[in-house]
Design a protein around this ligand. Sequence first.
Ligand code: SF4
Ligand code: SF4
Length: 470
Amino acid sequence: MKPEKKARSGVPSHPLETASQEKARTGNIPSVAQNRLKLHDPKSENVKKFLALLKQRMNRPLAASMVACVHCGMCTDACHYALAKPDDPTMTPVWKADQIRRIFKRHLDWTGRIFPWWVHATSPVDEEDLNRLKNIVFGTCSACRRCTLNCPMGVDTAALIRFTRGLLAELGIVPEGVFNVSRDQWETGNQMAVTEEDYLETLQWMRDEVRAELDDPTVQIPIDKPDCDFMYTINPREIKFDPRSIAHAAKIFHLAGEKWTLPSWGWDQTNFGLFSGDDNLGAYVARNAYEAAERLRAKRIVISECGHGYRSTRWEGYNWADYDQKLPTESVVATLMRYIKEGRIKVDPSRNPEPVTFHDSCNIARSGDLTEEPRWVIRRVSSDFREMYPNRTENFCCTGGSGLLSMAEYRPLRLEVAGIKAEQLKATGAKLVCTLCHNCVDGLSDVIKHYKLDMKVVQVLELVSNALII
Ligand code: SF4
Ligand code: SF4
């Protein structure tokens, strides 16, 4: 006689349940699905936290990018990693995004919860898995968003990469360089740990340089001056490694008769939160700049030459900081364009006779929609402008984006895949490559050195400063 089925643990049995299914359900014999679950049992606290954060931070745009991919592979040709290493499928954007997508499917998508083997759903189990993920999202993607713009389904692979970086950053599983720069920006308000003393001394030094150059003792680099037409924000690299760019700006602003100021706090427009995926850091840094402008009653914020600083301060910071930022915010190239158009400065293109090309920074062109202003200015201050192909929103990354310059462990791969960029630069025949980004200056300089190109990197402020008719 068939034994009567018993419900265990309060779960009633199904009338059609077989004996083996019942055993599996009641825990006597694990089913295939249970075996898989066990295989994915988190073995470390970090994995548990990672999965909890994944659920907590998921939002609709991210979920859309998780589920919309049809694996057509069209993004492959957009990625400089994949193009440079065509035999390595792990370099394709879709493979990189799939590493987080598979985890999403296992834990948040019904298909992966019911049929994990069918949709290749998986889950990290231990620290090794999280480290492997770290090396993918930090080491094999410059978050340039070229694949994003070339996806017919609108999948934002770079957003998935940043999201994953943010989950790992919360756990401290990041490359050492990312950790150090983030800590510096949290602790000092700027990502290069420039002290207030160094900051003020460098500004004074540059003021004296411009005074000597123009033979004009009235030149000022004002600090914390209220009610100005704009508050200028800079990249700490300008203080630390390239103070001439501050001098160029100060000289131009002086000749244009501008009423401007730098703040003593809140001057760093760069934002490592964009790179590390840490929205809290992003909010803190952006808020510093917005509040400084409000405190000084500035009429607008002008951002010096920096790609990710422009994207963070102009486009993303309001959201991270949940800040009602009403002030107009512009790149310094828009300011320069206005000066030339209004006749506030006079320029002579013959002062920059060498052939010059322009490198569109990913965060300014692709993610910032600023492509024509730099060309307009460069064409007026140089006499031999040569376009680079592809350009504007289709340009290739300088290869040092997304904080990769601070991650020494990924440098060999970064330079290996930079062959595409080197070819692109070489084909222009230009002797100068101009860029509107301090990060790109370092990225491009590395490429030029590694591939032994006969070129030099310059910036827009430098070209304008050279071309000034005084
Ligand atoms: S991300 Fe877009 S382009 Fe790439 S495989 Fe998926 S659907 Fe295709
Ligand atoms: S964001 Fe750029 S580097 Fe990253 S996968 Fe896409 S194309 Fe490649």
